[in-house]
Design a protein around this ligand. Structure first.
Ligand SMILES: Nc1ncnc2c1ncn2[C@@H]1O[C@H](COP(=O)(O)OP(=O)(O)OP(=O)(O)O)[C@@H](O)[C@H]1O
Length: 262
């Protein structure tokens, strides 16, 4: 797909507010006035307690068609595409962002093989894809994420939870995204595998400038990826900056280092 005019940042989020429709009741605001900039080749960790809106923010930025989520204020530019009304650019948005949703491994559809699942972002866009080239790309990703080549022909139920998570991880990277939006990507991974998955991110960051927004509450992940931090509570930003000692706390957010040192 042709590159659009070069955006000046991977994500430029300006006073973004997101609401989630609730059954019967009024829409619930899950993100309220959030602003940040993720530069090209940058890494941002979105942290905060459960229900603070991390996954909702990630889904909207990735252009996920999640029922009931809507931008109700401000906007965000992801590789130059407005998430509020992307229109025909929605397809481009989902092409340049690799979205690894929360518990993606556990939610892989059961009727496809691993090779089909990893290749799906490509085959769903181009049915005449070169099968041999696709097989090579799938094999490379399996190897990179320490999955045996034999896994390609298996179905999700034949794999462990950790292996399924790596299949979902590979699927989110198969299009070599410009922005990787990953919701708790290292769930169910042991130390060795987690290192391989982290290196897959770092390799793309230094190789072609992939930017990463990672939802995590693991301070180790923040350190390992040398990430900036956006700390949310109840949909609001309570701190933003780099490193635990360099965070700017908003007036409404009492400094609470427990949130980032757990
Ligand atoms: N599928 C859903 N249906 C209804 N409400 C939801 C749904 N998913 C999230 N919510 C609500 O939206 C708000 C924000 O949730 P969100 O999942 O974005 O937060 P989070 O910080 O990612 O939480 P967690 O760490 O538990 O995943 C919460 O109040 C949550 O209860």
């Amino acid at each position: 797909m042709a590159r659009r005019q070069e955006a000046d940042a991977a994500i430029r989020c300006s006073d973004l507010s997101i609401a989630r429709a609730t059954r019967g009741g009024p829409a619930q605001r899950v993100i309220d006035g959030v602003s940040f900039v993720l530069p090209h080749a940058g890494t941002l960790a979105v942290m905060g307690p459960t229900g603070s809106g991390k996954s909702s923010l990630a889904a909207v930025l990735a252009g996920a068609d999640e029922m009931g989520l809507a931008v109700v204020g401000g906007d965000a530019l992801v590789e130059g595409v407005r998430v509020r009304h992307p229109g025909r650019d929605h397809r481009y948005l989902t092409y340049v962002t690799g979205h690894l949703t929360q518990s993606a491994g556990a939610r892989l559809p059961a009727r496809f093989t691993v090779a089909e699942l990893i290749g799906q972002p490509i085959t769903s866009r181009d049915r005449r894809v070169n099968a041999r080239a696709l097989a090579v790309r799938v094999a490379t990703l399996l190897d990179e994420l320490m999955l045996p080549l034999g896994a390609a022909a298996k179905y999700p139920y034949e794999l462990s939870a950790g292996m399924r998570q790596r299949v979902a991880f590979a699927q989110a990277l198969v299009l070599q995204p410009r922005v990787f939006i990953a919701d708790e990507p290292f769930a169910n991974m042991d130390l060795e595998v987690r290192k391989a998955a982290r290196e897959a991110i770092v390799r793309r960051r230094s190789g072609y400038g992939m930017s990463t927004l990672v939802v995590t509450n693991d301070a180790e992940v923040v350190r390992e990826l040398d990430a900036d931090i956006l700390l949310l509570r109840g949909g609001f930003t309570i701190a933003y900056g780099h490193g635990t000692s360099d965070l700017l706390w908003t007036p409404s957010g009492d400094p609470d280092t427990r949130l980032i040192s757990s």
